[in-house]
Design a protein around this ligand. Sequence first.
Ligand SMILES: [Zn+2]
Length: 193
Amino acid sequence: MLIRKLFKFENAHIVRDCTTQRCSENIHGHSYKIEVLLESNYLDDGQMVYDFGLTKRSIKEMIDSFDHAITLWSKDDPQYIHAMKQYSNRWVELPVSPSAEQFSRVIYLIVERILACTDMQNGEREVTLHSIIVHETETGYAQGFKEDAHSKLMGEIKLEDIKFSNQVKSEWSDSTLWQKFLDKERLENPKKV
Ligand SMILES: [Zn+2]
C-alpha cells in the first residue's frame, strides 16, 4: 500500500544550462509541492502504514528548510554563491543543480536517512520510501525513486555535501538535527506526538 503526505515551500534558484534564459540566468522562485510516498505491505497497531503525525517532526522540519530560502549549486560561480550567502540568510547548498529532478533526489535521500534513523514504536513494519514527487509548477513534476536518488549517472549526492545556513539550522527544534542524521544517531519516534 502507498500513502502520501504533501509538503509545501517557497524557494528561489537559478537552474544553470537549462534551455531558457529566464531559467538559467535569473534568480526566480517557485511554490513547490513535495509529495512523500511511503510504502508497506503491513499495517501498524493503528491499522495504518505510518501515522502521518510522525512526519510532523523531522521530515517536515527538514523539508521546511527550503522554505523562503535560496538553493545554490556548489559548482555555480563562486562569486554568485558568495554574494547570495552574504545577502540572504536562508540558503541551502547542494552538490547538484536545483532542478525539480535533482530536488526529488536530494529530498529522497534526506527522508530516507530520517526513516533509517527513526525507531518505529507502533508496530510499523517494513515502511519504505517509495518515491518523492516534486511539483515546481502546476503542470509538471519530477518523481525520484531509490535508484534515481542513488544514481551516479545523475550526479552523486553525498548527504554531507547538502549544507544548510545557520539561520535555517537555528529554526529547527534542534540546531544539530542534520548533523545527527549525518552521524546516523537513532531518534525515537514517540508513540504519541
Ligand atoms: Zn525554476
